[in-house]
Design a protein around this ligand. Structure first.
Ligand code: ADP
Length: 215
């Protein structure tokens, strides 16, 4: 369970305070696909980035699995972040690395050194997202949908409990969007993964979300 309680977040730019979130309360149940929809500037990105503490709230509390994540020290925070995967609108792949190296990147960062284990894990992840035959390609040799599949494989590399999706299908055509949403649904069911997605598209919400918050 992810609980956000009375969350406020404001940014300070040139001594001016910009409020982004004011008094948000939200509970997300383990294993569900939870959507957040709203117009541009409504605070969706800010909200999703609070869940892995890429942003810290100005006020309010956040608990995940009963733990107060705002009180984590650096080490606890690193461990926690490994269990929260994230995918992005523009995929954020490393263009100079192959598909396999993009996917293995977080596994290496987490300290795994056994090449055999890394390779086996990469194969497993690429099979899961349907990209086994693209292992040695570079991002520029892939379609948008394939790039997002690499993003998903990379996000799942360290076995997260939560997957955050920041406008993950907004750069894709409708047919590719459907196939990516179907993949997310399959992953949700197979891995019992909690998925939090933000979008400005009602169709995305209708297609896969169990519950939705409007912001
Ligand atoms: P959305 O994802 O719904 O488009 P955001 O969370 O990106 O909304 O933005 C909410 C508000 O916070 C906007 O007014 C935006 O300009 C502001 N904002 C977001 N990120 C920053 C930042 N890093 N610095 C200053 N203002 C920001």
């Amino acid at each position: 369970m992810i609980h956000l309680s009375d969350i406020h977040k404001s940014y300070t730019v040139h001594k001016t305070t910009i409020p982004a979130l004011r008094g948000v309360d939200m509970s997300i149940v383990q294993g569900e696909i939870f959507g957040v929809i709203g117009h541009s500037g409504a605070g969706k990105s800010t909200l999703i980035r609070l869940i892995n503490l890429l942003e810290r709230p100005t006020q309010g509390s956040i608990t995940v699995g009963g733990e107060n994540i705002l009180a984590f020290d650096d080490r606890a925070l690193r461990n926690f972040r490994r269990k929260v995967g994230m995918i992005f609108q523009h995929f954020n792949l490393l263009s100079s690395k192959t598909v396999a190296d993009n996917v293995s990147f977080p596994i290496r960062i987490a300290g795994e050194k056994d090449e055999k284990k890394i390779n086996a894990r990469v194969d497993e992840l690429l099979a899961l997202v349907g990209l086994s035959s693209h292992k040695l390609k570079y991002p520029k040799q892939l379609s948008g949908g394939e790039k997002q599949r690499v993003g998903i494989a990379r996000a799942l590399a360290n076995g997260p409990h939560i997957l955050l999706c920041d406008e993950a299908t907004s750069a894709l055509d409708p047919q590719t969007t459907r196939s990516i949403l179907q993949l997310l649904r399959e992953i949700n069911e197979k891995l019992k993964l909690t998925i939090v997605l933000i979008t400005h598209e009602m169709d995305v919400i209708r297609t896969i979300c169990d519950r939705v918050a409007v912001i």
